[in-house]
Design a binder for this molecule. Structure first.
Ligand code: B12
Length: 131
């Protein structure tokens, strides 16, 4: 470790302790449109990791969670299907991304799964719905 990094560690303990721990989140799959039961998956993410990484981590450790996405040139990954159910342009269905924050408020992020950075204890809701 360089002298400069050692100095930073000594001077910025507050800043450093704010970050870096594993961030617990839950991913909730909601599909009332087809009368399916709510499914909840728990995972941990690294500090300021993106939602797409969390979805991949859940998929890799959980045989009953699958998802697919397509790559949009301008906006990045578009969530196409979850657990075998895909959005359909002709039927006007899609997987909406909602977030229930730790204080219980529900919000609709203005970015997709590749850009959204979950905070600790958020419930990320993948909601199959119509537009
Ligand atoms: C219509 C629309 C939708 C429709 C698209 C349906 C359809 N087949 O037409 C629906 C309702 C499905 C939709 C969903 C979402 N959308 Co939208 N959508 C738009 C809107 C109003 C117009 C897009 C359009 O038709 N462009 C014209 C066509 C000719 O160009 P296009 O490139 O072919 O358009 C495609 C892409 O825009 C794509 N698309 C639409 N939204 C999104 C979002 C993401 C993250 C991606 C990767 C692709 C994508 O669908 C279009 C049709 O294929 C734009 C805002 C705007 N005025 O541009 C927002 C916009 C693109 N959407 C946005 C967002 C955030 C979302 C959601 C993540 C919202 C949410 N919280 O759920 C979801 C996507 C979730 C997922 N499954 O990944 C943001 C993206 C910003 C960003 N940098 O990530 C925009 C810019 C609006 C905003 N809030 O500022 N959306």
């Amino acid at each position: 470790m360089s002298a400069l990094s050692t100095l930073m560690l000594l001077l910025l303990p507050g800043t450093l302790s704010e970050c870096c721990g594993p961030v617990p989140i839950a991913v909730v799959v909601e599909n009332r449109l087809q009368g399916k039961t709510l499914l909840t998956y728990h995972t941990y993410m690294p500090y300021r990791g993106i939602l797409l990484g969390a979805l991949k981590r859940i998929r890799d450790s959980n045989a009953n969670f699958t998802f697919t996405y397509t790559e949009n040139l301008n906006y990045g990954p578009y969530l196409e299907s979850v657990n075998g159910v895909a959005g359909n342009t002709a039927k006007h269905t899609y997987w909406e991304l909602l977030v229930k924050t730790s204080d219980g408020k529900i919000m609709r992020p203005d970015v997709g799964i590749g850009c959204y950075i979950p905070s600790a204890n958020e419930n990320i809701i993948l909601n199959f719905t119509m537009y």
